[in-house]
Design a protein around this ligand. Sequence first.
Ligand code: 6PG
Length: 231
Amino acid sequence: MTPVLRTHPDRQRLCAAVLGVMHDTITGALASRGEALVGLSGGSTPIPVYRALASAQLPWDRVRFLVIDERFVSTDEADSNEGQLRRALAPVGPTLQLIGLRGEAEEPVAAAAAANAVVAALPRPDLLLLGMGEDGHIASLFPQGRGCDAARAPDQALRVMATCPEPLPAGAPHPRLTLTLSAIAGARQCLLLMTGAAKRAVYDRAASDPALPVGDLMRAGMPPLQVHWSP
Ligand code: 6PG
């Protein structure tokens, strides 16, 4: 399915458009199924969207959020995606339901196995919000690194796996836990948010470059993908 690319003049308008899609998706899921499940990525771009969404009047007891990928650190460390998401979603208050991947395990493979069991028991996500790195990674599916090929395999039965990017990104040098490509492909819809000319150039060549994980999303069998870009 060909992705829909929406370009926005600036980040503020990108965030407003994405907020609208998230809000409409959640209210649509609540109306049709009585509950909503939305997967969220970390990163700087979507944080204002999460803050604004969390301030909306929604029946939060029927909305669940899922962390799409996680760094293998304690959730109270600054590099934790779950920690970052909890802070952004704090306006929801005590009814916030955010399902993390980290758990209590002492090493990533065991943590991924535990998280896989949790995610496998969840309904099909209504929406996954993804970011993209300049290396073309989405979630913690990197072009190279331990576990990345297996986690990107279209027929992978596991929903969550451990990966370790190679080279380790300087800004977050940690092993990772991630939804697999097949888990992402199983969602009802995906949003991909990116800003800046460098990421746009990566995105534009991804469909024809099988090394780039973001290109996996564009290949056959993926869910509807809406891409939001601004300078
Ligand atoms: C991670 C992040 C990462 C992020 C992209 C985009 O755990 O490393 O979730 O995958 O989504 O790097 O980040 P920005 O929004 O900051 O550009």
